[in-house]
Design a protein around this ligand. Structure first.
Ligand code: CA
Length: 685
């Protein structure tokens, strides 16, 4: 069986390293490792490679990223390990997959006490800075200078968090972030040290608000549509049918599509559309005038004669993709400004490695979608461009399978810092040097953010140069898909279970098990337990199960589906071991459990019973004491009466179930941000 880590890699880079249009793989005069160059790492948000002309995009021209590709190396097969913002960033910092760095899903809080490459560079004598998007919930560590957006940040007149407090800066976020980076390069850094500069853009993340300088782009003509804009998801499993990220159905009229709500509409906004008024209030009168003027004619035409059916989908696609691409052009200009600054000083140019990437790919109408999350190609892929004049031969396209786990080891190798053995990735320097060296022949992926926005079921998988095997493992989505990327590059038809691919599937399944074992990922499949949803890591223990979850309250579930949903009354009983913090819950759901659930249990930190209802509502009652031998909980529900009652520690708490629930179809355990140990749930129907 092939083996896959940096220590025992099997495929030869020579075979994977295709040289195009230059001298390519001539040996370097000296090893790059330990050369201690400056590092400028430009990292954007949701910028798919197929929106970069150097990657062959037919949607947009990105002259500055193309310049980086022409003078540097373009990695044609760079993949994320978990296609979503925070997790990819945590992986970049730590060189570890999500389960090992503890940042599994947006909303987690990054444990800043763990080892990261900026910290190690700092210790090795680098001066370090991060500017722009951070999105990891906790204060940045490992940086001499940081100025980061709170959460997702704002496109117009963004606030920045700094060590000295919060500060609003007037202007457009991409331009401000670039200016902050240039200012730090010019006068902020310690010129006696090599530096790491992380310039991290919010763009082109949703809600795709272009800057004033890009508002007028793409006015004339249409952007080409992807081949799969009208994908019907036949040939793939139910998870693809049940997501909520379709251009046709799930873009919001005002927040995403930039129509301006009239007075009647204003009173009845839902979801992200409710944020539009605040976004508009945030702009200066001048910004708002330019914004409204940019969309006025098209909006008027739309209102006067709204398209229907496929024409409406096409209109939404054009509106979405043009704004996305306008944001991309802003990022491209930023790269140009940084390159211009660096290239003005030959010494700086020759001593600085410039890297461009983005936290994951994105669906640009592909499969009828926007957003990311899936292991399918468009969101699995990341751009990766690396330039180092005089040291790394430019103009090359590398085919090796690389991942965001490799970024930290690469930056450390450049500085001559030994890669901590617990990092999952490997340094890319041998590839950059054109060396014939062993390299991995498959990448690992695991997406966790189920029960969340866009309703994408949790899954993990393996991708080789030709095949991709994806395992969906939640109760209502338990199946495997296999794609032959050579024959089916758009991944329209899973060939899992077909006779021709039996051996290939068996081989990939075995390799996937080996990869999970090698990286130590025991989340997802649950030996000995029935079924799982969400992010729970579960360890069966004598007489029960221990649920493990890192850094996130209310996010782990172990659910069992009833074959016959309960439409009357029933009771659930389990005993949970006492802890000092976090919650331990019994969970019930109706219908698709990824969409809504009611959790009833105990908050150990506050010593109270809690019932958490859909929509963030909760009721609580204080507990006198929590017995050392464990807290016995009993949950009784009555579906026709829409009531639920929790008893524990001599107290009882009652609440109403959602009125639209006509049955309870699954039940299970939930836990807060610490491990919790439950006895098996006893059911009395
Ligand atoms: Ca992102």
């Amino acid at each position: 069986m092939p083996r896959l880590d940096s220590a025992s890699l099997t495929a030869a880079v020579a075979a994977a390293c295709l040289v195009s249009g230059c001298a390519g793989t001539r040996p370097q005069s000296r090893a790059l490792s330990g050369a201690r160059p400056n590092i400028v790492f430009v990292f954007s948000d949701d910028h798919a490679p197929h929106a970069i002309s150097a990657y062959g995009s037919k949607l947009v021209t990105t002259p500055n990223l193309d310049r980086l590709a022409r003078d540097g190396v373009l990695f044609r097969n760079c993949f994320c390990g978990n296609s979503i913002c925070g997790p990819s960033r945590a992986t970049v910092l730590t060189g570890k997959h999500s389960h090992a760095n503890g940042f599994l899903r947006n909303g987690n809080r990054f444990d800043g006490s763990q080892t990261t490459f900026p910290k190690l560079l700092q210790q090795a004598g680098y001066t370090t800075a991060i500017l722009g998007k951070w999105h990891l919930g906790t204060t940045p560590t490992g940086f001499d200078h940081w100025m980061v957006l709170p959460g997702q940040g704002q496109y117009y007149n963004p606030d920045f968090l700094t060590a000295a407090g919060r500060q609003r800066i007037e202007g457009y976020c991409t331009e401000i972030t670039t200016d902050l980076a240039l200012r730090w390069l010019e006068s902020g850094r310690d010129r006696g040290k090599p530096f790491l500069l992380m310039c991290q853009h919010k763009a082109p993340h949703r809600s795709w608000m272009p800057g004033p300088a890009e508002l007028a782009l793409f006015r004339d003509g249409d952007i080409p549509e992807p081949a799969t804009l009208f994908d019907d998801y036949s040939g793939r499993g139910p998870a693809t049918h049940q997501q909520a990220m379709e251009v046709a159905r799930h873009l919001f009229t005002f927040y995403d599509l930039k129509l301006v709500p009239n007075a009647t509409e204003q009173a009845d906004l839902t979801g992200p559309d409710k944020a539009v008024a605040a976004l508009r209030r945030r702009m200066t009168p001048e910004q708002l005038r330019a914004w409204d003027a940019a969309f006025a004619d098209e909006n008027r035409a739309f209102r006067a004669n709204p398209p229907v059916g496929r024409e409406l989908v096409r209109w939404k696609y054009q509106r979405y993709i043009k704004n996305y691409l306008r944001c991309v052009v802003g990022v491209d200009k930023s790269v140009g400004k940084l390159l211009d600054y660096i290239d003005r000083d030959p010494q700086l140019r020759d001593n600085t490695i410039v890297v461009y990437s983005s936290d994951q790919g994105f669906y640009l109408g592909d499969h009828g979608w926007y957003d990311k999350r899936w292991m399918y190609e468009e969101s699995l892929r990341m751009p990766l461009l690396v330039r180092w004049p005089g040291k790394v031969a430019g103009g090359r396209r590398l085919e090796a399978l690389v991942q965001n786990i490799d970024f930290a080891p690469t930056f450390l190798a450049l500085a001559g810092v030994t890669r901590p053995p617990e990092m999952h990735g490997a340094s890319l320097l041998p590839l950059l040097e054109g060396k014939t060296a062993p390299w991995r022949d498959a990448i690992y992926y695991h997406y966790y953010e189920s029960h969340a926005t866009h309703s994408v079921a949790a899954h993990y998988g393996i991708r080789t140069d030709r095949y991709k095997l994806i395992r969906f493992y939640e109760p209502e989505h338990r199946y495997t898909e296999l794609f032959d990327l050579a024959r089916d590059p758009h991944e329209l038809r899973s060939v899992y279970g077909t006779p021709d691919y039996q051996q290939i599937a068996a081989d990939l399944e075995q390799r996937l098990v080996a990869l999970r074992s090698r990286y130590g990922d025991d989340t997802g499949d649950l030996g000995g337990c029935d079924v799982a949803a969400g992010i729970a890591g579960v360890q069966p223990v004598e007489g029960g199960a221990r649920l493990r979850v890192r850094g996130d309250a209310s996010a782990a579930y172990l659910l069992t589906m009833w074959r016959q949903p309960i439409t009357g009354r029933a009771a659930l009983r389990s005993t949970v071991q006492p802890r000092t913090t976090g919650e331990a819950m019994l969970v019930i759901t109706s219908g698709d459990p990824r969409r809504q659930h009611v959790r009833c249990g105990v908050d150990f930190g506050k010593r109270q019973l809690v019932i958490r209802l859909a929509g963030g509502r909760r009721v609580t009652q204080p507990l006198d004491a929590i017995p050392r031998e464990g807290l016995a909980m009993e949950l009784r529900f009555d579906v026709p009466r829409h009531t639920v009652e929790l008893s524990a520690g001599g107290k009882t708490l009652r609440a109403d179930l959602p009125r639209r629930w006509s049955d309870i179809s699954s039940f299970g355990y939930g836990t807060g941000d610490n491990p919790a140990e439950f006895t098996p749930i006893q059911v009395e129907r």
